[in-house]
Design a protein around this ligand. Sequence first.
Ligand code: AAO
Length: 468
Amino acid sequence: PVAVDREKPADAGVQLFQRPWTSIAEECESTIGPAGFAWVLTSPPQEHIEGAQWWTSYQPVSYRVESKLGTEAEFADMVSRCAAVGVAVIADAVVNHMAGIDAGTGVAGTAFTHYDYPGLYDEGDFHHCGLTADDDIADYSSREQVQTCELSNLADLDTGSATVRETIAGSLRHLRDLGVAGFRIDAAKHMAAADVQAIVDLLPEDTVIMSEVIRGSGSEPVQPEEYTGAGKVFEFQYARDLGPGLKAGVITDPALGAGPASARPLHVPSADAVVFVDNHDTERGEASVTYRDGGLYLIANALMLADDYGTPVVYSGYAFSDRDAGAPQDADGRVIGWDCAGVTGPKAQYADGEGVCTEAWTAIAGLLELRRIAADAPRLPGVGDGDVDGFERDTRALLLVNPSEADAAATVPVGLPDGRYCDVISGGAGGGISAGACAGTTVTVSGGTVTADVPAEGAIALHIGARL
Ligand code: AAO
């Protein structure tokens, strides 16, 4: 048997949306490290405007590491505790802009007005595009508007300026000094790619960069490909491809069942791509599959994690019915946080504010195992039988998914060696291979064929590291 290397994390991360630093530190130790995630993406750590909405995090008023998610000491403690269990920290970097409101006091006490942030920036450090009545972006088909006007009235930093670049880079270097591995560059589309590159050039060379450049319609001049020089980019098209077929109860997107994702149009090369099922914006917007979809959400995550395209990031937020509602806070406006003890899979119903805890699902840990074992084995053309579709990672792993509402038995050809395998969606080789029994479902491969019962809105995942 091939052993799963427990010391080596999978090439995958988890976005812990609006999770306080103390809560992430505990989660690294209890769940994220043991599951085999390589990194966690946090919400923005800098001081921001006051307010109960989650999106106050995206209106910086200073670069002090003091926010509703915790203090600088708590942030540093999180980074070192996560590192101790093999998990790197990627911080969300909001550097395109400062606040959107006219004036106020930040959560760490910094008084500011729209274009004046004491000790950091004043009026001359901002774009005043003069292209629209209110200086807001109105037309995404204009590069100039997208990159020099204001996104939703957020005071737009002039990232062409050397002093602005250095101020931004200084704040990011400070986070690197606190131990973070790198950054998600928020709203990168709204900065010229050369400006992003110039800021990244002021950071240590090994800084990990993931730029958020939402792939827009063909008429948008600014596309993710421009930003791959500075690091990876989030490939939104991947998420758009994943969902709709699942919702229809059948995988209609042939790309999922046949042929490598890298051959699809509208995708950056695999090495440049960070892929996701949903994120904090798309679960409130365009995502066709989210935590609300239970088993289908699990299937979407399974397809992504078993795939050979991109670096996946699993999303974990909290349930909401109001788009703006922040995570539960105390009287001082600090997010309370939550732990994921006892969560093993998707729930049929969530209370508003309840953590979804995707990272704690048994299936997710199993899929990260599959990802490590599959390693560089390419994804083979898809296989299917009735409602069941899937694909193999050449002789190393197999994923079968059933998006329909009824259990389905499927028989498909497979290149995996003969044997009895523990399905890692339902628990894998829980007690260890030597125990000779699976924690969940056992599946037999024989003579180049596998027959499996795939649960309704569920999946079966096998890999050669979990063969009895
Ligand atoms: C809040 C209030 C505002 C207020 C503002 C200032 O909601 O009413 O004016 O404060 O006081 C977050 C929240 C915002 C919040 C903001 C600041 O989402 O509600 O505003 O914090 O507190 C564009 C950007 C992209 C951005 C996205 C939201 O390009 O970078 O808008 N995402 C990031 C963060 C996000 C955050 C910010 C940026 C700001 O992830 O959480 O905002 O820091 C098209 C374009 C996209 C564009 C979207 C939305 O996308 O291509 O570039 O994203 O439109 O305008 C199809 C199309 C696709 C289209 C998509 C739209 O799929 O194919 O082209 O639909 O969903």
